[in-house]
Ligand binder design. Structure first.
Ligand code: BTN
Length: 233
């Protein structure tokens, strides 16, 4: 795998947690990726659990802590570009704010960013040949929507596209990543509901700001939302 130092494991609690332990023990560990075939304590956003049986992809990229607030979008674009070749209809691979990836409206990948010391840990889960059955939102996997691939092949494609997009962010700025993310955005211009920590609000999904906030046109105002969960109506 070019340009990334691969740390491959059979099983671990969470590749994000392992990345933290590796950072604590080493200096100059950036541009490494921790990959595990399964996780016993996979973590999702907002303290949720991420089911992690063998067959799917679980990895955490360790990079310098730069542009952390834009890296979720950069990674989501990289995931889309990595998996669209494996999906039957590549136009059905979409981004969902803040950094989920959907195929046919169902979640196929999630991203969990964590800052640790001077590093940013970019945790990525991609459903390759199975997906959780009892989640509160629809989910899918690559086998169901297209091809039978190996998690390692997906990791190789993702490593390449992530590096390309991180370089694009560095060299051209967020405008280019934002443009791509918006091109892939699911249900832009349509009605959505956003659940915030203390309230829930509805409106039209207008896009994302130059800082990555979700732009929502409600009945009375235009709101820039920094954190929340999106539901399509
Ligand atoms: C989400 O959508 O809630 C984010 C899910 C992130 C899951 C990945 S799997 C690899 C890495 N290790 C973890 O424990 N979580 C992330």
């Amino acid at each position: 795998m070019q340009n990334w130092n691969l740390i491959a494991l059979k099983q671990i609690d969470s590749t994000n947690e392992e990345a933290k332990r590796i950072i604590a023990k080493n200096q100059q560990i950036e541009n490494s990726v921790v990959w595990a075939e399964s996780q016993t304590k996979g973590k999702g956003r907002l303290d949720r659990k991420w089911e992690s049986p063998c067959g799917n992809l679980y990895c955490s990229f360790i990079v310098k802590n730069e542009n952390a607030h834009l890296m979720g979008f950069t990674t989501a674009v990289a995931v889309i570009e990595a998996i669209k070749n494996y999906v039957e209809d590549e136009n059905k691979v979409k981004s969902k704010w803040p950094n989920d990836v959907l195929v046919e409206g169902k979640k196929i990948s999630g991203i969990l960013l964590e800052v640790y010391e001077n590093y940013l840990i970019i945790g990525v889960g991609i459903n390759v040949n199975s997906h959780p059955e009892n989640s509160s939102y629809p989910t899918t996997n690559l086998l169901e929507t297209g091809e039978n691939v190996r998690a390692y092949d997906v990791l190789e494609s993702l490593s390449e596209s992530l590096l390309d997009n991180i370089n694009l962010l560095k060299n051209k700025g967020f405008v280019v990543i934002r443009e791509k993310w918006l091109q892939y955005a699911y249900k832009i211009g349509e009605k959505i509901q956003v659940n915030l920590i203390n309230e829930s609000t509805k409106g039209t999904f207008k896009g994302i700001s130059e800082q990555g906030a979700l732009i929502l046109q409600t009945n009375s105002e235009i709101r820039n939302i920094i954190a929340g969960d999106v539901f399509y109506l």
